[in-house]
Design a binder for this molecule. Structure first.
Ligand code: DGL
Length: 265
């Protein structure tokens, strides 16, 4: 079991912001990354659609005999984790739930969240954080344009920069102490975000999330102890666009296009 792969997925390149942290902490694991580029963006999809996508991906990872799946996607962590958490024989790590526990403990009173429509409409971060401390104020904003900006590598276009500034200016009216980048695509925008607010204000959940995963695998005696593997990358469409967009966090040299067997949900 220890040398079985770790599956990690997102709607596209966003999850590489998590993968790049995880591989720093656990360089000897056997990783299989799946980017569901055919169905991206997830943030505008219904819960039913997200359940279907998640089931297809979990079934794919099951066929690869993984020991764990990292939900490096806030949107599916928020909307579909509860549906599948007991359904498979491997460990499942959802980003929102792991990160909220940590953030709630940091002593902040006013926290902003940027995330997808689906994550914000589900109040995923707000509910999770307030589970630990009801007094923390959470200001939620959906930024639906940001995932396509990242997937298509359009972050340095003037229109993208203007769009990002608008969201930051609005969020700053709430006077937050920290702003969670509650979609794994958003850390790709850090160089632009930090033009309009101090860089230290932004929380990239990938860092805490990777620590949680590492600690839990260690505690469960599931760390790989054998040999080094090359990570494998799969996407459901457009591998060339995926490779181009990946570069900021991990230079993917080869991504194989596959079509997942459709799940009956
Ligand atoms: N990057 C994912 C997330 O963290 C999904 C974004 C999307 O495809 O809309 O929510």
């Amino acid at each position: 079991m220890n040398n079985s792969p770790i599956g990690i997925f997102d709607s596209g390149v966003g999850g590489l912001s998590v993968f790049s942290e995880l591989i720093k902490l656990l360089p000897d694991e056997n990783y299989i990354y799946f980017g569901d580029t055919l169905n991206s963006p997830y943030g505008t999809k219904s819960k039913e659609q997200l359940i279907e996508f998640t089931k297809n991906i979990f079934d794919f990872f099951q066929s690869k005999e993984v020991k764990a799946v990292v939900m490096a996607c806030n949107t599916t962590s928020a909307l579909t984790y509860d549906v599948f958490k007991e359904e498979y024989g491997f460990k499942i790590y959802p980003i929102v739930q792991n990160v909220s526990a940590y953030i709630a403990d940091e002593g902040y009173n006013r926290i902003g969240v940027f995330a997808t429509n689906a994550t914000i409409n589900a109040h995923a971060y707000k509910n999770e954080i307030q589970k630990y401390n009801k007094n923390i104020q959470v200001f939620e904003t959906a930024c639906p344009e940001w995932v396509p900006i990242v997937e298509k590598s359009l972050m340095y276009e003037l229109s993208s920069i203007g769009n990002i500034k608008l969201y930051i200016d609005k969020m700053m009216e709430n006077n937050p102490e920290k702003i969670i980048l509650g979609c794994t695509h958003y850390p790709y925008l850090m160089s632009i975000l930090s033009k309009f607010a101090p860089k230290e204000m932004f929380i990239n959940p990938a860092v805490y999330f990777s620590e949680c995963i590492c600690n839990d695998l260690d505690k469960s005696d599931l760390l790989n102890n054998k040999r080094k593997y090359e990570p494998k990358f799969y996407v459901s469409s457009n591998p060339e666009q995926f490779k181009t967009a990946s570069k900021l966090f991990y230079n993917v040299e080869k991504a194989e296009e596959i079509s997942l067997v459709k799940a009956e949900v």
